[in-house]
Design a binder for this molecule. Structure first.
Ligand code: AMP
Length: 111
């Protein structure tokens, strides 16, 4: 989508510290980390958030879920990590392109 920063990163038109990429997803470091390790895992397809998913996105979502632990391990999170997805104004979503935060590398506050 024109003007979407995560679409631009996925197309390598905007800079990012990329850790992992395949045909369907890209993972890069958050520019304002909220934990010692803070990654964003983003589908290359523009989907606004979880509420914007359609039935044809099922295999893409399964792919993301299966890749999250692998991407976390790539960044050294061997003993676990937190995954967060903000949806809509009620979830304080800032970037309206679906993404999964991976957080870890320190003692996270309990939820
Ligand atoms: P949210 O939409 O609330 O789940 O959060 C969006 C996240 O994207 C925030 O943690 C931002 O720091 C991060 N972010 C926004 N723009 C960029 C960018 N160009 N590169 C890396 N991270 C970004």
């Amino acid at each position: 989508m024109t003007g979407c920063i995560f679409c631009r990163i996925a197309r390598h038109e905007a800079p990012a510290n990329v850790l992992y990429e395949d045909e369907q997803i890209i993972a890069f470091r958050d520019r304002a980390p909220k934990a010692p390790v803070h990654l964003l895992v983003v589908p290359k397809k523009h989907i606004c958030n979880l509420a914007g998913l359609e039935s044809q996105d099922q295999s893409l979502i399964a792919h993301i879920m299966m890749k999250l632990p692998q991407i976390a391990r790539l960044s050294g999170l061997d003993d676990g990590f937190r995954t967060v997805t903000n949806t809509g104004p009620g979830g304080r979503q800032e970037v309206y392109h679906l993404h999964f935060h991976i957080l870890g590398g320190g003692k996270l506050p309990a939820m």
